[in-house]
Design a protein around this ligand. Sequence first.
Ligand code: FMN
Length: 339
Amino acid sequence: MSDSRGTYERFVRPLLFSLDAETAHHLTIRLLGRASHFDPALRVLRSFQRSSKLKTLFGINFPNPVGLAAGLDKNGVALPAWAALGFGFIEIGTVTAKAQPGNAKPRIFRLPEEQALINRLGFNNDGADAIARRLAALRASGRWPAVPVGINIGKSRATPLEQATDDYLYSFRMLWDFADYITLNVSSPNTPGLRELQEPEKLSELLHAIGKEAGTARKPLLVKISPDVSAIELKAILAVCEENGVSGIIATNTTLDHSSIPPQLDQAGGLSGEPLRKKSTALVSEIATQSAIPVIASGGIFDAESAREKFQAGAQLIQLYTGFVYRGPQLLREIVDSL
Ligand SMILES: Cc1cc2nc3c(=O)[nH]c(=O)nc-3n(C[C@H](O)[C@H](O)[C@H](O)COP(=O)(O)O)c2cc1C
């Protein structure tokens, strides 16, 4: 019988999974960051690429509709490598106005039986200034990737919720020039109070303020939402997004519903992967039924079948995180081949 697992699952994953989750993550990002500045390495990564499956959405051309979800490359250190691997778009971040270390370690946990991760990273990132400098250097080097780049921004932990708008505005101003689209992340569960920004009044204030910025008219603005919103909350979010001309909704972030996780394996934080799949697909479907705003689906995509489920629910684009950690570039190939 042939082994349908790719090289990553057979050889690379066992090595990475022998390390603790965050060490494995840093090692991967460091290697891909190095590869991003080394043409022969990029050529090797490109051998994974499939032919294009073009998609145009909000005026942007995507070589394929399968993107890298926010959080894997928070600091934007490996854009050329992600593009070489064949992602149809790359979302970096979450970036906050101030550099911050995030929560105490350990803060990423693997649950292989459940095909899941739990994380409580808390937006560890280099901050908007340093990331803007890094992106400017990449652009100047001529290595800027040929695929769309989204930049996901969030609130710095030290900034009180009442001043959240200014915090987002700072990152927006620093980074929008480098972005094909900007995502406002109002749904990560690991920054206290952040999800309150999904409440209609607060979301409205944030969207109004960003809407007045010079760059907004020319670039799509997306909002990333939580899978834990009620039907009533979702309706209100959609109304506010429509009023403010939001270009797209990313559904969804990680969940705080850990009911499917055995108590002895449970950890505080956002749950992602297979246990999130159905819930996030249901939300995609709700949004697509209720609104004309395009949806980018994220949550529990592990194979061509779960990708198809998102498109059938009405998603225009999809993003991978946990599935990519478990299955590597083979997952991307399988999905793109199936389109
Ligand atoms: C370790 C980890 C870190 C993440 N960091 C971010 C982040 O910084 N910003 C964000 O918007 N989403 C973040 N996410 C959420 C993912 O982008 C994605 O929306 C979510 O995990 C659901 O997709 P998945 O089931 O394919 O992982 C993170 C997820 C994980 C597992």
